[in-house]
Design a protein around this ligand. Structure first.
Ligand code: 4AD
Ligand code: MG
Length: 504
């Protein structure tokens, strides 16, 4: 029996199989929180109701040991999952002495080194379930709307998204690259199938540590024949609405468990503001307000608030440290205060990061040079002003990919569109309409110093029945990171691969 099905067997006797995620002992009673991957259930072992030997086993259960526990299912709204098990029998399956991840604050590097175990913790469990819902929901959206799933190759002979992030490998003695995007192959397939989408691993050598970049990530890339940039934006928005609605419907308890404020997800079911690059630049630079809020002055105000909060926390930490040092506290009180101090210190270091970042955001926003691509801080500055994703289109063609179509009315701009997630998150989708003019495309390939012979097949798509077409790429990890409001993309994938991290 799985924990998530307990509501169907109220009052009956069942057997659960899982791992001990927590245990408390009282006089003559042991409370075990069992998890089985589908949920959590409190199992109550009472000394007077089980064999003496079973009660001894219950008392000896340690964190993350595995067990089979039988008992009667009782409804109890106060418990996780709404049910508890009155235990009649219990068997230890696999012991787990000295489980390394304790119920206290651990450093991030320690947790990352123990990712294979960290995945068992409730927060990671919830994030992975939300990730699963997002992926399944995207498949469902495309499948239900007439898109065909296509698998694009991982070994490729050409760059798609710039030559600076290529991972080179040896392909029978010749160089090959790990795929940076399935798009170009997707375009070929769209000319065969009409509407397709790819879902695959994507590789980018990003030799810097940021909270948004992985070296290996998963991307969904639809490609649509007979589709312009505006129809493309309609599809992006519809897909995002579909996925977010699914998460809100199916992942309530997971969102609650990770403490995600869902109001922004709810407002993200509304239409997304669409703006040109030009307008976005004015907003970033503080030349245009968003609903009466100015990018620069709102950041300056927040900096003041953050600084005040930090000194408040510092005095609370000092106060509690003094209490402990005075030596009049009981052991439980010392632990309580020490835990508070650890939590405060963690929160403080987050605020200190803000205090360090905000002045940089202000400086880069004020100094933004028209014509540049957006950097991470520019995206943060603009998206903090919105409570839903925004779509920025018509970018200076020099800063965007070679394959984007020029705006026929103003060829300085390429018809790319970036979707930037709110709350400071930034780009989660990149896409656009594709260039169909062979001559312009050849010019671009040369301008980007790409080897023409690797693109001959791609040019064929313009030579034989070319049509207006568009598509986009959604980074799964960026999406999960935003939906879960994670600080760093590394928690959005089971085993992250990024600069400085290949293990476990
Ligand atoms: O904007 P990008 O580079 O666009 C493309 O690859 C296009 N070929 C997509 C298309 O039009 N078919 O990447 C698309 C998305 C980004 O918006 C981001 O969500 C994600 O992929 N992404 C990354 N995610 C994690 N780590 C990285 N290093 C990422 N680089 C891009
Ligand atoms: Mg992009």
């Amino acid at each position: 029996m799985y924990i998530q099905e307990l509501h169907t067997v109220e009052g009956q006797k069942v057997k659960l199989q899982g791992w001990v995620s927590n245990k408390r002992e009282g006089k003559g009673i042991v409370f075990v929180i069992l998890r089985d991957g589908t949920g959590y259930c409190q199992c109550v072992v009472t000394e007077t109701e089980v064999d003496g030997s079973i009660f001894e086993i219950a008392k000896g259960l340690s964190l993350e040991c595995s067990a089979e526990i039988s008992g009667t299912v009782v409804k109890d709204e106060r418990q996780v999952g709404g049910f508890e098990l009155r235990v009649t029998d219990l068997q230890l399956i696999g012991n787990s002495p000295n489980y390394p991840i304790a119920k206290k604050e651990h450093g991030i590097e320690f947790l990352m080194d123990n990712r294979h175990l960290w995945l068992r913790s409730s927060r990671q469990w919830a994030i992975m379930r939300i990730r699963n819902t997002i992926i399944f929901s995207i498949h469902r959206y495309f499948q239900e709307n007439g898109f065909m799933l296509m698998d694009s190759p991982i070994f490729t002979g050409n760059a798609v998204e710039g030559t600076s992030t290529l991972f080179e490998t040896d392909f029978y003695g010749a160089p090959a690259y790990l795929s940076q995007s399935g798009q170009l192959y997707g375009e070929a397939m769209a000319m065969a199938m009409g509407r397709i989408y790819t879902f695959g691993p994507t590789f980018r050598a990003e030799k810097s540590k940021t909270r948004r970049h992985l070296s290996e990530f998963w991307m969904m890339e639809p490609e649509m024949a007979f589709c312009d940039i505006f129809q493309n934006m309609d599809v992006i928005e519809e897909m995002m609405h579909f996925v977010i609605a699914d998460v809100l419907k199916n992942c309530r308890k997971e969102l609650e468990l990770i403490g995600r404020d869902i109001s922004v997800l709810e407002s993200s079911l509304q239409p997304y503001p669409r703006m040109t690059y030009d307008q976005a630049v004015r907003i970033i630079k503080g030349e245009e307000d968003v609903n009466g809020v100015n990018s620069i002055t709102s950041l300056e105000r927040e900096l003041q608030q953050v600084t005040a909060k930090i000194s408040e926390m510092e005095s609370e930490i000092a106060e509690r440290e003094k209490k402990i040092a005075d030596g009049n506290l009981k052991k439980g009180e010392i632990n309580f205060n020490q835990n508070k101090i650890d939590t405060l210190k963690n929160e403080k270091s987050e605020l200190e990061e803000d205090a360090k970042n905000i002045p940089q955001w202000i400086a880069s926003a004020k100094g933004f040079e028209y014509g540049n691509d957006f950097g991470g801080s520019d995206e943060t500055v603009i998206t903090r002003l919105f409570d839903k994703p925004i779509m920025v289109y018509d970018w200076p063609h020099e800063v965007k990919a070679f394959y984007l179509k020029r705006n026929p009315e103003n060829p300085r701009f390429a018809r790319g569109v970036d979707v930037l997630a709110p709350e400071g998150y930034g780009e989660i989708v990149g896409g656009g309409e594709r260039e169909t003019d062979e001559k312009l495309l050849v010019e671009k390939i040369n301008e980007h110093k790409l080897p023409m012979d690797a693109f001959e097949w791609y040019l064929d798509l313009r030579r034989f029945g070319s049509v207006p077409h568009s598509g986009f790429g959604l980074g799964i990890e960026r999406m999960v990171t935003w939906v879960c409001k994670l600080k760093h993309v590394r928690e959005s994938i089971p085993f992250p691969r990024m600069y400085g991290r290949l293990k476990p």
